[in-house]
Design a protein around this ligand. Structure first.
Ligand code: UD1
Ligand code: UDP
Length: 373
């Protein structure tokens, strides 16, 4: 049992709402469960609500059922954030947590940070300090504000710690924990090996296809950028079949068809995703999480953006940036990535080695016990 806040009964209120947050919470919730004296309450904001975007993660990853689902659903940034803020304010007042725990950079994260700060309830942020330095990204605003409102900041990388320091956030309340998504990959890959046969189901040969995901607002809400991506993946599929589990945001925006070599499928559960990533020859994505998972599985990655919060992966040659400006540029980056494979094994613990969730739980327990005197 992890060292904990033994003589107290403290409540951590975890707020999740979007797909990557379920994956991150899966490993941290498990670690919190072994801290004596800490009770975790999970609140789901309802930002993601399709079964394939939400329930499948709770089922497969054995995440405790949320005590409350705010049912916020989709909407403009203002409407969605406001809806979650109203629900969370009421929940925090009623549940009286000792600390609120948030993940990443979504509108659910921002709303939880605002609700906690206004109620003077301490806030802890997992994935603190990440920056794209692009304020036109909604996520950049969300993570910046959340970091500046947090009392406890869990930074996944050295670069994240440095970013915080540049903004005047430094001290013992910043903890470099490594990245919890590496923990999740380590923990669930073996289960996925046993339970998922997605490559066979899709009829793709292991090691001989590209896995693509696309959902970033700047890529899919911009008609030209999206058509460049459709063209690039279609061209790539002449070299390598492409599997594309399509985010509902992207499906709603598509105005043209992919070439037949692109297998467009519904979003998959995490266990299927582990297989698709681990056996891909190449990953092409604009997802934050998928960039890191490609690295974990030793698969070269092309990121369809002009910048990334995970610059160490680009610096190490594991990932390359190819913004959707023209299809040729993306295809060239993909072919180059397939040709020059870097030494993944030599850098395997760059983002942590699977003990990040335990470190977060331990720090939370220490923080709570210090506060309780
Ligand atoms: C959100 C996050 C993004 C994160 C992504 C993970 C914000 C601002 N963005 O983007 O940082 O990378 O989640 O996937 O918080 N939709 C459905 N069913 C669902 C969920 C969404 O159909 O279950 C559709 C709706 O048309 C909705 C659109 O997807 O309008 C966008 O959903 P939203 O949650 O607003 O943003 P994401 O693009 O998912
Ligand atoms: N993921 C999944 N099924 C999919 C696409 C993604 O399980 O069809 C997982 C992926 O492995 C990663 C997380 O969802 O753990 C990333 O979510 P997403 O790309 O939506 O968000 P981001 O990380 O960009 O915020």
């Amino acid at each position: 049992m992890a060292e904990g806040a033994k003589s107290m009964d403290a409540t951590v209120l975890t707020v999740v709402g979007a797909r990557p947050q379920f994956v991150k919470a899966a490993v941290v919730s498990k670690a919190l469960a072994s801290c004596a004296g800490i009770k975790e309450i999970i609140v789901h904001t309802g930002q993601h609500y399709d079964a394939a975007m939400s329930q499948v993660f709770f089922d497969e990853l054995d995440i405790p059922a949320p005590q409350l689902n705010l049912g916020a659903g989709s909407g403009s940034h203002g409407a969605q954030t406001a809806q979650i803020l109203i629900g969370l304010e009421e929940a925090i007042i009623r549940l009286k947590p000792d600390i609120v725990l948030v993940y990443g950079d979504t509108n659910s994260t921002l709303a939880a940070a605002l609700a906690s700060a206004k109620l003077n309830v301490p806030l802890a942020h997992v994935e603190a300090g990440l920056r794209s330095f692009d304020r036109s990204m909604p996520e950049e605003i969300n993570r910046y504000i959340t970091d500046h409102l947090s009392q406890l900041l869990f930074a996944p990388s050295d670069a994240a710690v440095e970013n915080l320091a540049r903004e005047g956030i430094a001290g013992p309340h910043i903890v470099r924990t490594g990245d919890v998504m590496i923990d999740a990959s380590m923990k669930f890959k073996e289960i996925s090996d046993r339970r998922s046969n997605i490559c066979a189901r899709l009829g793709v040969d292991k090691g001989s296809y590209a896995l693509a995901t696309v959902h970033r607002a700047s890529n899919v809400d911009d008609e030209i950028a999206l058509s460049v991506i459709v063209q690039a993946l279609s061209e790539l599929s002449q070299t390598l079949p492409v599997v594309l589990p399509l985010h509902p945001r992207t499906r709603a925006r598509l105005r043209c068809d992919f070439a037949p070599g692109v297998k467009v499928i519904e979003p998959v559960g995490y266990l299927d995703m582990c297989q698709l990533e681990a056996h891909a020859e190449l990953v092409v994505t604009d997802s934050g999480g998928v960039q890191k998972e490609a690295f974990f599985y030793g698969v070269p990655c092309v990121t369809l953006r002009s910048q990334t919060e995970w610059g160490e992966l680009v610096a190490g040659g594991f990932n390359r940036l190819a913004p959707p400006v023209n299809a040729r540029g993306i295809v060239s980056a993909c072919l180059e990535a397939l040709r020059s494979i870097p030494d993944f094994a030599g850098a395997s613990d760059l983002l942590g080695c699977g003990d990040s969730a335990a470190a977060i739980a331990r720090e939370l327990a220490h923080w709570i016990s210090r506060r309780h005197g």
